[in-house]
Ligand binder design. Structure first.
Ligand code: NAD
Ligand code: 0WE
Length: 256
């Protein structure tokens, strides 16, 4: 049993800034000894993301918009040329148009639904396919999900439907990739103040209520997601696949 990732190559998708869950996971993987490739979405985030990524010794930065097949193809051919093989893939990204996270779920638009599922769900399938080709020695694929996939969280709306599809995709991918010694799991994190959460109306109240109701009587620290990321990426979790692991201070177990 080992949490050590020395000699392992990991690619992490979804760093926007220092608050990103992807960044915490990347730092933790680095501390465990992994060689890191880290991606950011676009030119808008480039300056901040590149500076951050290059501050991790040995880490390399790549731009990838996961809604573009060409970007995914280019990044994985760069990874193949640079590292030859891959052991860990972290998928830490999601998007729905802002208006879908405000009003009624009943008013979800066709385009909002399509975008949410394309960026937040299909991308896991596309990245897993590209990564699996390079995981000749087996590997571990991780994604990030949220409780709104299974219970109604007001205003999470179409993202809840997308996260339900994401969790289900984790099971189908785990089933198919198991024979190649590739594991696929999701971390269901409690609410954390990141860029993706900051714009949400009522986030402050939600964090307060989460801290009051969770068994541990507090909110999740982003570093606690990083360490579970290392666990799921490493041989310490070698018999765990297709699973959703809660990193939420126990919030999900409560009925009242
Ligand atoms: P974040 O804003 O730091 O990360 C989201 C990332 O998605 C950003 O880096 C953004 O650039 C990227 N992204 C969006 N569209 C993209 C595209 N087309 N191509 C490439 N990248 C794209 O916020 P975060 O909270 O760290 O979110 C990471 C993951 O964690 C998401 O899947 C989110 O749903 C999940 N999550 C977040 C929380 C929370 O409360 N913050 C809780 C549970 C799960
Ligand atoms: O998965 C998420 C957020 C994902 C997200 C955030 C944004 C904000 C900016 C996806 N798309 C967008 N689009 C934008 O334009 N979380 C788990 C954080 C989150 O989001 C909520 C939450 C929580 C928690 C939205 C409503 C209610 C609760």
């Amino acid at each position: 049993m080992s949490f050590c990732l020395e000699g392992r190559v990991a690619v992490v998708f979804g760093v926007a800034n220092k608050r990103s869950i992807a960044w915490s996971i990347a730092q933790a993987l680095h501390q465990a000894g992994a060689r890191l490739a880290i991606t950011y979405q676009n030119e808008r985030l480039e300056q901040e993301a590149r500076d951050l990524i290059l501050s991790l010794p040995g880490a390399e930065a790549f731009m990838c918009d996961v809604s573009k097949d060409e970007d995914i193809g280019r990044v994985f051919s760069e990874l193949e040329g640079r590292y030859g093989k891959l052991h860990v893939l972290v998928h830490s990204l999601a998007f729905a148009p802002a208006e879908e996270l405000k009003g009624d779920f009943l008013n979800t638009s066709r385009e909002g639904f399509r975008m949410a599922h394309d960026v937040s769900v299909y991308s896991l399938i596309a990245l897993a396919r590209a990564a699996a080709r390079l995981m000749a020695e087996g590997g571990s694929i991780l994604t990030l999900t949220y409780y709104g996939a299974e219970k109604v969280v007001p205003h999470y709306n179409v993202m809840g439907v997308a996260k339900a599809a994401l969790e289900c995709s984790v099971r189908y991918l785990a089933s198919e990739l198991g024979a190649r010694k590739i594991r696929v799991n999701a971390i269901s994190a409690g609410p954390i103040k990141t860029l993706a959460a900051r714009g949400i109306a009522g986030l402050g109240e939600m964090l307060k209520s989460h801290a009051e109701r969770s068994p541990l009587k507090r909110n999740v620290d982003v570093h606690e997601v990083g360490s579970v990321g290392v666990f799921l990426a490493s041989e310490a979790s070698s018999a765990i696949t297709g699973e959703v692991m809660y990193v939420d201070c126990g919030y999900n177990i409560m009925g009242y």
